[in-house]
Write a protein of this length. Structure first.
Length: 636
């Protein structure tokens, strides 16, 4: 036990002369003996010996804070934040900032100095000052650019950092180069370089590398040995840009812009323009074998929408690489995380040969639920009572039903006010689905939102409504109503929204519009319509002036309440010179066989039938008036 005594003496020295703290000890130390000698609380945490103060509280000497976050602003609109990570001491900790906030972390900060006092559960406290730096200009400039010649990759760009917070800077060029001010071996095109300081504030410069001599461009048309295995291919090249004429040299010795009768393989081409610039490209003529597809399909387990299905493809034949297009939009070769259903893929090889395959990922039928409702309304009091139930399909029975906002577990529930209904259905496999609907009562009590206007279809000078007038009943029906019916008081009805009706008899008729809402409640609008008898069916003018001025050019009666008439015109010798025949509403324009007749008095005879079936005849004279001029037949 001598080593224990020596260790004890060493610990006593550390405790009383070096302060309280943690000491690593072997698990074999007799802590009770040590405690009895030093008369101070001790604990053993793993292999760490912790000496306590008189109150039994660990010494806070190792309490510390690590500061992180956004400690500098990149612009005046930017805001910083401070994140504190406290260790040591006795948790939990309390935080008090110089603005008296008591949160651990601070956000949306302006630049400035922020002080925080951190106190542990034993009452020990540390103070930390953190600076959020203000915005500082980061200025970069393009020092030099060198442009491309002959379409080579010999362009250059160089930047300078004129102002910033100092090293280190992170430099990122758009073509992948990093941490250098000078970029070389650039092709013509658009580039950018992004410079970031140590606080991730950054500036970006965009620049162009142009081609001093216009680059030669090649556009090719390759005829591969097709999917039907025709024997030979061809390559046609069209050169543009550069300076004509162009010289062509193919790897097979051909010097034209098109080579034909080619077998599968690679063909290199070098094109030289009049400036001596060159471009070289290699083209491949491909031949294809028929593609075959082998698929490995993993079924969906338990829940149809569990996304556990897989389709893995093995492609044989054709010419790689292959492209894939699935009916779910994926362009990957294999699909994962699939639900049950049908998946279609179109596979295209590198020469355009295609094959389409359909695969089915099977599994349990997808669990689905639908909330259905009905509302019973007391049309007198507008009181409503709703009933909702859930219809379930798929999954595996039995089902557990939980109405989330009503705390009920039955398939059918009742409710008295409009509200959102939410139900969760769980099947025997633990698959869940949640459905929500909102039941709206706002369309209840649609009364007093119903009306109509009565208008004549054919306008005339009389305001009164007469027998046989066409009347349009224009409804004013609010959108809450879904059905309506009209009763015109004469024994006739209509289901049209804006019906046209003709009263065949005089009298006062009560027109009723009745509308129904979705709850079967109805509203009624009534209006009395007075229909007068026609006092005079036909009125004859006593003169007309057929001079083609659009006024009083035709002699015809004004009618009311009758559908037509027969009219005959006679001269002074009793000869009939006009009859409207079958055209029951035609008038006379003062001519006979296309010739103008002279001014004078003519006799008319008109017959018509009244709405009640009575035949009436009228006769009289009419004056034809013309200006004093000679007619075509020599009569003044």
């Amino acid at each position: 036990m001598n080593w224990q005594r020596r260790l004890f003496k060493t610990l006593i020295f550390l405790i009383f002369f070096q302060g309280l703290g943690h000491f690593a000890l072997s698990q074999g130390i007799y802590l009770e003996h040590l405690y009895s000698k030093i008369r101070r609380p001790v604990t053993l945490d793993g292999n760490v010996f912790r000496v306590m103060d008189q109150s039994g509280t660990p010494d806070p000497g190792d309490m510390s804070v690590t500061v992180s976050g956004q400690l500098a602003l990149c612009s005046h609109a930017d805001r910083g934040h401070i994140l504190l990570d406290v260790s040591g001491g006795v948790p939990p900790y309390t935080f008090v900032w110089n603005n008296l906030q008591t949160v651990q972390n601070r956000y949306s900060l302006l630049s400035g100095t922020y002080t925080v006092w951190i106190k542990d559960n034993a009452g020990h406290e540390i103070k930390e000052k953190i600076v959020v730096q203000p915005p500082f200009p980061l200025i970069i400039e393009m020092a030099e650019t060198k442009h491309v010649t002959c379409n080579n990759s010999n362009g250059e760009a160089k930047i300078n950092i004129k102002m910033g917070r100092g090293e280190p800077y992170k430099i990122e060029w758009s073509h992948g180069l990093t941490n250098t001010l000078h970029a070389e071996d650039l092709q013509s095109g658009t580039y950018f370089v992004k410079v970031s300081d140590q606080f991730n504030c950054h500036q970006t410069i965009y620049f162009e590398i142009n081609s001093i001599t216009e680059a030669i461009q090649l556009e090719e048309e390759i005829e591969n040995i097709s999917c039907s295995n025709e024997p030979l291919g061809a390559i046609k090249v069209t050169a543009s840009g550069g300076k004509a004429p162009f010289q062509y040299l193919w790897s097979n010795g051909n010097t034209s812009d098109k080579i034909t009768d080619l077998e599968a393989g690679e063909y290199a081409l070098k094109v030289t323009d009049a400036n001596g610039c060159t471009i070289s490209k290699t083209y491949t003529v491909k031949a294809s074998e028929p593609m075959t597809v082998i698929a490995e399909i993993s079924e969906v387990l338990l829940c149809a929408d569990a996304e556990t299905g897989k389709i893995s493809l093995d492609i044989q034949g054709g010419i790689a690489p292959y492209t894939f297009l699935w009916n779910n939009g994926s362009k990957e070769k294999d699909l994962e995380n699939l639900t049950t259903g049908e998946y279609i893929v179109k596979i295209t090889d590198s020469i355009g040969c295609e094959i389409t395959k359909i695969f089915t990922v099977s599994g349990p039928e997808k669990l689905s639920a639908k909330i259905e409702t009905t509302v019973d309304v007391n049309c007198e009091t507008n009181a409503a009572k709703g009933v909702a139930w859930v219809s379930i399909k798929g999954g595996k029975a039995p089902y557990q039903i939980k109405w989330l906002n009503l705390d009920k577990n039955t398939q059918e529930i009742e409710f008295l006010t409009e509200r959102e209904l939410s139900v969760e259905v769980t099947d025997a496999n633990g698959c869940k689905i949640t459905e929500r609907i909102f039941v709206d009562y706002s369309n209840i009590a649609a009364k007093d939102r119903l009306g109509f206007d009565v208008k004549k279809v054919k306008l005339n000078t009389e305001d009164e409504i007469l027998v046989d007038d066409q009347l349009k009943f224009e409804s004013k029906i609010s959108e809450e109503f879904i059905a309506w019916e009209w009763s015109f008081g004469d024994g006739t009805f209509s289901l049209e929204k804006d019906p046209i009706h003709v009263f065949k008899m005089p009298g006062e008729f009560e027109v009723v519009l009745k509308a129904y809402d979705i709850y079967g409640c109805s509203s009624v609008q009534k209006e009395e319509v007075k229909v007068n008898e026609v006092s005079e069916y036909l009125m004859m003018p006593n003169a007309f002036t057929p001079n083609s001025d659009g006024l009083n050019d035709v002699f015809k009666p004004e009618t009311k309440g009758i559908s037509g008439y027969r009219m005959y015109i006679f001269n002074k010798w009793g000869e009939m010179i006009f009859s409207n025949g079958s055209k029951s509403n035609e008038g006379w324009n003062g001519t006979l066989n296309g010739q103008l007749l002279p001014s004078g008095n003519y006799v008319y005879k008109v017959s018509f039938q009244t709405p009640n079936g009575e035949m009436i005849e009228k006769a009289g004279t009419v004056s034809l008036i013309r200006e004093n001029k000679m007619l075509a037949n020599g009569v003044w």
